[in-house]
Unconditional design. Sequence first.
Length: 291
Amino acid sequence: MAVTVQESLKLQLLELEMLLSMFPQKGEINLDEDAVPSVQRYLRNADGALPPQLEYSIAIDVGEAKVKVELQVLLPHMYPQVAPQLFARSNALHRQQQLQLNTRLASHVSSLDSGELCIYEAVQWVKENSLPYLENSKISSESASEEVVVKEALHRMWIYSHHIYRHELRKKIFDCAKKLNLTGFCLTGKPGVICVEGLQESCEEFWRAIRYPNWKHISCKHVENIETEGSIDNLRLFHTFEDLQFQAHGDYGLRNDYHMDLGQFLEFLKQHQSEHIFQILFGVEGKLSDK
């Protein structure tokens, strides 16, 4: 007999409850405070729209030094019938080690019996198999420090969307930017524009996180990569991650007519030495009106 969405969501809540009892300390499991209530509301009234997918992270202590490896979890509505989206990350891992670790983790999860809850199994696998990657990362860091001064690079991504309105989506964008130490802005409305700047792996993780699983009409229009022997903070154009909103044209009551004032946006870009981005985003040259 086919498994329903409701049955899958009930299993997801039971699994999360079990994980919370196994990781009771503050900070061991992080999830949005409305994540579980949203699912529970849907289960009480399944005639409404589907709730946001359950998403949380688990901090795992690895080895005697208890190095933190974070397992990020995103559950499709039909999990465990459909495989979860898992990603392990750690500040102690270089990009290549992190990629290798996640490739092996994906292979292990795909080898498990389909239709079975598997997040705790994934946690145990990360705990038992991350140490070699952490040790290799430490060795390569020590070798690099003995040779030359390693150049840092500031990565900057310019992302365009047809529109950005939903509160839960905007919250996800801001939470993700804060977590990854990214600066920039999110322009709310129609069109929607996001800029993030920071370490390349952080920017790429941000891009992966916000567009999954299926954000239509979004694209990364332009990427900048600037090397420096100093701190990348000296290259940032933005000091925080800003919530950017300008006066809109059209009827405020009609959401689809909520067009942002692009003239004000062009002025903002000019103030941040990024006037050239306007043409890349919109295909036309920006011109400021004389005042």
